[in-house]
Design a binder for this molecule. Structure first.
Ligand SMILES: *Cc1c(COP(=O)(O)O)cnc(C)c1O
Length: 441
């Protein structure tokens, strides 16, 4: 290695291994979040491996959050299983570029992995999937493909209908030129975030201006609620609308036999988004975009050039050309645990969410909004409105026992607790409930 003496691979990896084990061994007890973290050091201009590592150890390592730990409940954040982490280290070691299928088995591993997960989620076998960086990128791939479909039917602008659309859907509409203003919000069922099928039917019936895409939620981000995918798919069929299902985390309901019926109808989707760095508990970043129209997807994303390969090279189907071998950690988790093993933590997270909701409701100082159909609890202090919510959340997160994020539901300011870590235990729940009770006025 050049410059000021880099370490050997063995020295560098030994040091990384020691740091990694120290981090993992302490993850259940270190501060969950640092609010605020101090200013980070800029990278020095070549001080050698030992000095660089020492600087990182002193000025960066202590301020890393315990977001893969059991009491981080912000956003929807998964942790990392041992086999997923080991696989991810190997992905970096192997440094494959899965832009094309030439010269390595990696692209075929990806192809088989997306097919295996597609089958496990109950998608139609004709669905074509690729790994992308997250559900935002997956929604972009799916909306871009739907826009291509729309452009072939009519020159009229595309309209997107949704009961609840994640902000990344609007981002995708903006990037693809559909435009954020083309979203038509549809009424949701009383006290829920799931779309009202009658309202959707009516909205599509009176819509007369060009092609329509319906974005359905399989796991809405404030409540974890599901649209009735079977009814929504029938409505889409009647009105010739494209059905996109955003199942960023909720698709993992397929892995728990009690929850699985919530996904009935998913087999009729034209495109589907799922995140793996959330509930599968693989490291960032990892998600899959599935569409039923790889031909149209290729029209949008193909990058033909003499030196690049041809079908079925992945680069023709996603925004990226060069691509990390993201499939391997997902392959390893499925191979290690199976759908049943993954379903165990999915079910456990949902039970913990319900128990958390019951425990905080029983104090009389919090109100749960929108029910707890899956793994997310949206709640708010019973008295004091937005100011009380802000003060409570600030105090809770500053305590370092747990971390939650704010939300808004039915016009009320809320706090969201999302259980998606494979290691969260009943003991963790006791600590979380105690921290919550101690942080309210
Ligand atoms: C998290 C989430 C997204 C965005 O996912 P990223 O992985 O952060 O890009 C999109 N839709 C839903 C429903 C989500 O929960």
């Amino acid at each position: 290695m050049g410059g000021q003496g880099g370490g050997s691979f063995r020295d560098a990896l030994d040091a990384a291994y020691t740091l990694a084990i120290r981090h993992l061994d302490g993850i259940g007890d270190q501060r969950v979040a640092h609010l605020p973290a101090p200013e980070a050091p800029a990278p020095p201009d070549g001080i050698g491996f030992d000095a660089a590592l020492k600087l990182a150890n002193e000025r960066i390592v202590p301020w890393i959050s315990a977001s893969p730990g059991p009491r981080y409940l912000g956003y929807v954040t998964g942790g990392v299983t041992p086999e997923a982490l080991a696989a991810d280290w190997l992905v970096s070691t192997w440094d494959q570029n899965v832009s094309n299928a030439a010269g390595s088995i990696a692209a075929d591993v990806e192809r088989r992995t997306v097919a295996a997960f597609g089958a496990a989620f109950g998608l139609a076998s004709s669905m074509h999937g690729q790994f992308v960086s997250g559900a935002t990128a997956a929604n972009l791939v799916c909306i871009a493909t739907a826009r291509e479909w729309a452009a072939r039917q009519s020159s009229a602008p595309l309209t997107v209908f949704a009961g609840s659309a994640h902000s990344s859907i609007l981002k995708a509409m903006s990037i693809t030129g559909v435009g954020r203003s083309r979203l038509r919000p549809v009424a949701t069922l009383a006290g829920r975030t799931a779309v009202d099928p009658l309202a959707l039917e009516q909205a599509l019936a009176i819509h007369s201006g060009g092609p329509a895409v319906v974005v359905a939620s399989a796991g809405e981000v404030n409540t974890g609620d599901f649209d009735d995918l079977l009814r929504v798919s029938e409505i889409c069929k009647r009105h010739r609308a494209w059905l996109h299902v955003d199942g960023a985390f909720g698709l993992f309901a397929a892995f728990d036999s009690g929850l699985r019926p919530r996904l009935d109808g998913i087999e009729h989707a034209d495109s589907v988004t799922v995140d793996l760095h959330k509930w599968l508990n693989v490291p960032y970043d990892s998600a899959i975009a599935y569409t039923a129209r790889p031909d149209l997807q290729r029209e949008v994303f193909s990058a033909s050039s003499a030196y690049l390969g041809d079908d079925p090279d992945p680069l023709h189907f996603t925004p990226e050309n060069s691509r990390r071998f993201r499939a391997f950690p997902a392959w390893m988790v499925l191979a290690t645990r199976g759908t049943r093993g993954i379903g165990e933590w999915v079910g456990a997270n949902c039970r913990l969410a319900r128990q958390f909701g019951e425990a905080i409701s029983a104090t009389g100082r919090f109100q749960v909004l929108g029910g707890i159909p899956l793994n997310i609890v949206s709640f708010t202090p019973t008295r004091g409105g937005a100011t009380a919510r802000d003060r409570f959340l600030q105090r809770l997160n500053a305590g370092g026992e747990t971390f939650m994020t704010p939300g808004q539901l039915f016009g009320q300011p809320t706090v969201r607790a999302a259980f998606s870590n494979w290691t969260t235990s009943a003991q963790d729940l006791d600590r979380i409930v105690a921290a919550v009770a101690a942080s309210v006025d």
